[in-house]
Design a protein around this ligand. Structure first.
Ligand code: COA
Length: 168
């Protein structure tokens, strides 16, 4: 971490537009059609898990989680979006956001975190690919990019079926 003025804090109302600009930059106009976006559509994210990375008072990244059910099981969360300002990449801000987000998700009682993303990045946090066919999302997903990490041992095995967002 490059600066002692780095902090992670809860997202506030004024942060939303900066985060959507960063997301637009990172994911482009196609982001609204992505399956992960469609799970989150119209569902408020978990407020206590909406975090911003601040460097010297400037927002440099953010992470959100949405509560989901998988089949008939609740207790999982979908990570995303995770975004770091492209000008600030590679300084550990993404790592700090993921680690803090997972720690808070665990203390909020979530047993499993799911995401659609790059295994070469998320593998370092313990994410592993979900077995092909174990879960379905509202749209196509490359099975190599559907990743999960257990916060409670055994949670992944029990999570079978349709992934749906819900308010929490
Ligand atoms: C992916 C992202 C969040 C990483 O943030 P960051 O602050 O740069 O990440 P960190 O500093 O914690 O980690 C940097 C390391 O991750 C690696 N990395 C970054 N993106 C990667 C990817 N997609 N695949 C594999 N490795 C990746 C970097 O090469 C670097 O490796 P090193 O530690 O060996 O040098 C950021 O680059 C970003 O916002 N990208 C665009 C949006 C996105 O892809 N979001 C995630 C998908 S949901």
């Amino acid at each position: 971490m490059s600066s002692s003025s780095f902090v992670i804090r809860l997202e506030t109302e004024g942060d939303a537009h900066i985060l959507s600009e960063l997301s637009a930059q990172a994911f482009g106009p196609g982001r609204f059609a992505r399956s992960a976006y469609r799970v989150r559509e119209s569902i408020p994210p978990v407020g206590v898990l909406c975090l911003c990375a601040m460097l010297g008072g400037r927002l440099v990244g953010g992470i959100r989680f949405t509560a989901i059910s998988i089949g008939d099981q609740e207790g999982a969360a979908l990570l995303g979006p995770l975004v770091v300002d492209p000008a600030e990449k590679g300084q550990g801000f993404g790592r700090a956001l993921v680690e803090e987000g997972l720690a808070r998700a665990r203390s909020e009682g979530f047993s499993l975190v799911l995401l659609v993303g790059d295994m070469p990045y998320y593998g370092r946090f313990g994410f592993q690919p979900v077995a092909p066919g174990q879960m379905t999302l509202p749209g196509p997903v490359d099975p190599a990019r559907l990743l999960a990490v257990e916060l409670v041992p055994g949670a992944l095995q029990r999570a079978v079926g349709q992934v749906k967002g819900h308010a929490r």
